[in-house]
Design a protein around this ligand. Structure first.
Ligand SMILES: [Zn+2]
Length: 452
């Protein structure tokens, strides 16, 4: 029977891989936004929409839908400075100043124990800890970077492998040239890898000479490869450089052509206005590692002053031997508190800025802010969901305040990297927790001399 009504085509929902609904979402970009009852739509590992939950459910069709309840969804955290394998030396030598700690404890232990096996086991342990505390990207500087890269590849985390360049012989390389050759070969192996990038990591001004640094500056420019280096870690380092050469380490790096937007300066505690002016002029970034600096009594980075000068300051944990953990929420909390103490201003480094430092500033510092660091359409779905329902987090006046000043890594419940769920309700999906415990115990016994 004919009718006069026009037949309407049934609306077909768009098939996508994953849909995540959260009570709160802080995308970080744009700044200072808090979305309530919204959802993130993910397809092919990328964020394709951020929209109200109700709209998302009627628009998208997926077999992988998550209702996070009272969890806050933020971009995955970015740890810009780590020595992941050193997690096996956690608690091995505490309460020492930097040079005694390095020369009397860490370097001898590394000489005896560091091997591809040590680095593989230590890095997997560190990746487990990082994922369990919301980190989705880390930059790493350690011997046998092939083993670090393999662990990152297998576990699904995003990584920048900053291979170590040191002029004197060490477990991995004979000298600077040998390190550059091996590191650039590793870069070739990972050239087209979607999650793993390579960078140069000349260790520090006192372990790498001018010739090697000049080569790194040239390669970095030609290959557009980032560089990271421990710099101005203590006042002693700067004083020694001044008395030996008459130059401050930043001046020397500038003379050698290394300060640029590709450079990540790690630590920067003992700095004056001339250093700040150089960073400002060249666009170099800083990896601020507050807990490592505090534990080794290395000094204080004037973060508020650097941010005021428009310098990009990101956050790193440093290795677990000097921290003694890899919890980026705790690190962001410490950065916020310390910036207030150092500047004498309680309004310095507010919570939103601490979160930006732990996410988008980190992505910028590693040269990957087009890929990750915020919840924006087109970026990789690197996400971290933090539970805000625990008793010690009540009452909940402000989710952001709770995130930076109350929560820590133990409150992280779910983590995605490139759309893949790597932490599901606090269980790791690509790592075997029992095996990690067993391997960590084995290394403890070996290092303690109980077995070989
Ligand atoms: Zn370090």
């Amino acid at each position: 029977m004919a009718t006069n009504s026009t037949p309407t085509k049934p609306f077909k929902k768009q098939p996508i891989d994953t849909l995540i609904h959260a009570r709160w979402i802080i995308p970080v970009v744009p700044e200072q936004r808090l979305y309530e009852n919204c959802a993130v739509a993910i397809h092919d590992g990328k964020i394709m929409a951020l929209l109200p939950s109700r709209e998302a459910s009627s628009r998208f069709d997926t077999k992988d839908e998550h209702h996070l309840g009272n969890q806050l969804l933020i971009p995955g955290l970015i740890n810009t400075h780590n020595h992941a394998a050193m997690s096996l030396l956690r608690g091995f030598a505490d309460d020492q100043p930097l040079m005694t700690w390095l020369e009397k404890h860490i370097w001898p232990a590394e000489k005896q124990w560091v091997s591809p096996e040590f680095v593989g086991d230590g890095t997997r342990l560190a990746i487990a800890e990082m994922l369990r505390s919301g980190t989705t990207t880390f930059s790493d500087q350690y011997f046998f970077p092939e083993a670090t890269a393999a662990a990152a590849r297998e576990t699904g985390i995003r990584a920048q492998i900053a291979f170590p360049v040191i002029d004197f012989p060490n477990a991995w390389s004979r000298n600077g040239d040998d390190a550059l050759e091996k590191g650039l070969a590793l870069r070739d192996d990972y050239r087209s890898h979607p999650r793993i990038g390579l960078a140069f990591a000349p260790h520090a001004p006192y372990t790498v000479g001018d010739d090697t640094l000049k080569k790194i500056a040239i390669y970095s420019g030609e290959l557009q490869m980032p560089v990271q280096m421990h710099l101005h870690e203590t006042a002693g380092e700067v004083e020694r450089a001044l008395s030996e050469t008459g130059e401050r380490p930043t001046q020397r790096l500038h003379r050698l052509g290394l300060l640029s937007p590709d450079m990540l300066c790690v630590h920067m505690t003992a700095i004056d206005d001339s250093d700040i002016a150089l960073l400002q002029k060249t666009g170099a970034h800083i990896a601020h590692c507050p807990r490592s600096n505090l534990k080794l009594a290395s000094g204080f980075t004037p973060v508020a002053k650097l941010l005021d000068a428009g310098i990009n300051v990101a956050i790193g944990t440093d290795g677990a031997a000097s921290n003694n953990g890899l919890d980026m929420l705790l690190e962001a909390n410490t950065a916020a508190l310390l910036a207030k103490a150092v500047s004498g201003q309680a309004d310095a480094l507010p919570a939103h800025q601490a979160l930006a430092m732990a996410t988008i500033h980190g992505a910028r510092a590693l040269g990957i802010d087009d890929i990750t660091g915020s919840i924006e359409v087109g970026k990789a779905a690197d996400l971290c969901a933090v539970d805000l329902s625990e008793l010690e987090q009540q009452p909940l006046h402000d989710p952001l305040s709770q995130l930076i000043y109350t929560a820590n890594g133990h409150h992280v419940r779910n983590v995605w990297v490139a759309g893949k769920l790597l932490l599901k309700e606090r269980r790791l999906t690509t790592l075997n927790e029992e095996e990690l415990q067993q391997r960590a115990g084995l290394w403890r016994d070996r290092i303690a001399g109980r077995t070989n």
